[in-house]
Write a protein that binds this ligand. Structure first.
Ligand SMILES: [Zn+2]
Length: 579
């Protein structure tokens, strides 16, 4: 491609709406443009990166035995009614001219299971792994970071169908390797973490790239390798409780003091002496009181797990007033009627707590479990923190932020039972099909790679996903274009994808654009050109070689191979780590 004819609208100024480095650079370097909130157009450079990422994931999923299909984005709502998933607020819904309800697919478990129930009769037809690379839709309440979290995006999704849990386990293992290898080959640094079994109620793992700008919190143990996301991260037993002498209850006035900070400052007690009483309404219409220490945060996913997978929602101010007889901010566990009390296990240690008095502007001192209130269930409810003990080995957990790149689930027979996807086993018995589901964000990967591979000058694409393998920068087009054209032709002949900067621009502008766009190999045609020499550089590295024009193809291929084999080595390590 000749730069003079290419559509690469770079910008010098920093786009004001973009906070993240990846978002700024992808806009500035002309990879994409925003159409509406969370909706982006991919320009030629961005489209090329997307294609190469998709190609990597295709290659790895075919290695795992998956076959490519293309399911419709437009799906009948009835399919979602069968699995009871129409209530999701991120589901885009619409009606056709005959007022039939449709959805725009955010995932394809229903569509894939529908296909299997009508096509698969016998155990001989299984297992089957079907994947696609397709545009997905999600009515995201808070689009963020450009294509990092948006409403229309490209995904790789795969569905596997099996006769048994053992067979599902094997495919799950293979897809786990496929995703680990694909992400590593893209140059992404990531961890695999155990995730909350909520949602599909079974084993699932997330692949999270570690970047400070990420919003997903994960916990890692250096000593034993335990890794879990914040919803999953278990906290071990807090240890034996020391007997404590319960002091008499004492009511204290706390006018207008609702938050932990206000109460602790006013009463001059540390936050870890407080009990936070949080009221939740369950999907079954019950109210539960969840208790955590004042210096802790409650994790709602843990609360839902403790309740046996029942969804909860924070109680409204009206419900709080009805149950406690006090405005929000003064709830305590003592004397609550018709409410189940679920307490974080950490509250088994210590006593003489400070709690809300269940009356306006008052708290109570010396509240004790057993004497002043009864706990219906002790559970692990609190959010994990940096430095908490590892649930496996007792070592120290490190909290890190990241971006979820992929998520894999063992769904089991839940959807096939709901939708009637059965097969006949060898004995002629009708059995439900086992389902596995796998998804990797292709457009999100563009942003994540950019977020992890950038410097002050611009993007630094890994050789496997770069829009072009090399760029030929002709510093003085008037004098040296013939040499540049010769190099360009030779590289293309050798199947190296090249962007030739043939513009009538100053050398400085061309270098700036080359660095901004971030193509890994730069071939500079400058002063030495008339004597048959060009310079080969690697973007972002201290590599500069004078190369004779006659040798440029060989050197470029060798350099490209070296860059790719670095990534292949990381992929082999990533594979070994998840096996
Ligand atoms: Zn550990």
């Amino acid at each position: 491609m000749r730069y003079s004819q290419a559509f690469i609208p770079t910008q010098r100024e920093i786009p004001s709406e973009a906070e993240l480095i990846s978002h700024r650079l992808l806009l500035r370097a002309g990879y994409m443009r925003k159409l509406a909130s969370g909706v982006y157009s991919w320009l030629p450079l961005g489209r090329r990166v997307l294609r190469r990422i998709a190609a990597l994931v295709r290659e790895e999923s075919e290695r795992a035995g998956a076959q490519e299909v293309l399911f419709p984005a437009l799906q009948p709502l009835e399919l979602w009614e069968e699995t009871g998933r129409t209530g999701m607020d991120v589901l885009f819904r619409l009606q056709d001219r005959s007022r039939r309800d449709l959805v725009l697919g955010m995932t394809h478990e229903e569509v894939a299971t529908d296909l299997i129930r009508s096509e698969v009769r016998s155990y001989r037809q299984l297992p089957l792994l079907l994947y696609q690379v397709q545009i997905k839709f999600r009515d995201e309440p808070r689009p963020r970071g450009g294509v990092l979290r948006c409403r229309e995006f490209m995904m790789h999704d795969c569905y596997s169908f099996h006769t048994s849990q053992e067979c599902l386990d094997r495919a799950y293992g293979k897809m786990r390797v496929a995703y680990a290898r694909a992400l590593a080959r893209m140059g992404l640094d990531f961890v695999t973490v155990e995730a909350d079994p909520d949602g599909f109620g079974s084993t699932n793992h997330r692949f999270v790239t570690l970047v400070d700008s990420g919003e997903d919190l994960v916990f890692l143990c250096d000593s034993c390798g335990y890794a879990a996301d914040s919803d999953r991260c278990e906290l071990g037993d807090p240890g034996p409780a020391e007997p404590i002498e319960a002091d008499p209850l004492k009511l204290v006035r706390t006018p207008g003091m609702r938050t932990v900070e206000e109460v602790t400052a006013f009463l001059q007690v540390p936050a870890e002496k407080l009990i936070k009483t949080l009221l939740y309404c369950t999907q079954d219409g019950d109210v539960v009181a969840a208790l955590v220490r004042g210096d802790r945060d409650l994790n709602e996913a843990k609360l839902e797990r403790a309740l046996g997978g029942v969804a909860v929602e924070m109680a409204s101010a009206e419900v709080v007033e009805r149950i406690t007889g006090a405005p929000v901010g003064f709830a305590g566990p003592q004397g609550l009627e018709g409410v189940r009390i679920i307490a974080d296990r950490e509250l088994q240690i210590g006593g003489n707590w400070v709690a809300g008095a269940n009356q306006a502007d008052a708290h109570v001192l010396n509240v004790n479990a057993g004497r002043d209130f009864q706990v219906d269930l002790w559970a692990d409810l609190r959010a994990a923190c940096d430095g908490d003990p590892c649930p496996r080995c007792g070592g120290e957990l490190e909290a890190l932020y990241g971006i979820e790149m992929a998520h894999i689930f063992q769904i089991g027979t839940r959807f096939s039972e709901a939708m009637g996807a059965y097969f006949q086993d060898a004995a002629g018995q009708e059995c439900p099909v086992y389902l596995g589901s796998y998804g990797l964000g292709v457009s999100r990967a563009v942003a994540a790679i950019a977020e992890q591979n950038a410097d002050v000058d611009g993007l630094l694409w890994p050789a496997t996903v770069a829009p072009f393998d090399a760029t030929v920068v002709c510093l003085n087009a008037a004098q040296d274009i013939e040499v540049a054209e010769e190099v360009y032709g030779m590289l293309q002949e050798a199947s190296i994808s090249v962007l030739l900067d043939d513009r009538e621009e100053r050398a400085g502008v061309k270098f700036k654009d080359a660095d901004l766009i971030g193509i890994p190999l730069q071939i500079v045609v400058g002063r030495g050109a008339r004597d048959g020499w060009v310079e080969l550089r690697v973007r972002g590295r201290d590599v500069r070689e004078e190369v004779a024009v006659a040798d440029i193809v060989g050197r470029t291929l060798a350099m490209r191979r070296a860059l790719i084999s670095e990534l292949d080595r990381t992929a082999a390590e990533a594979e070994a780590a998840v096996r």
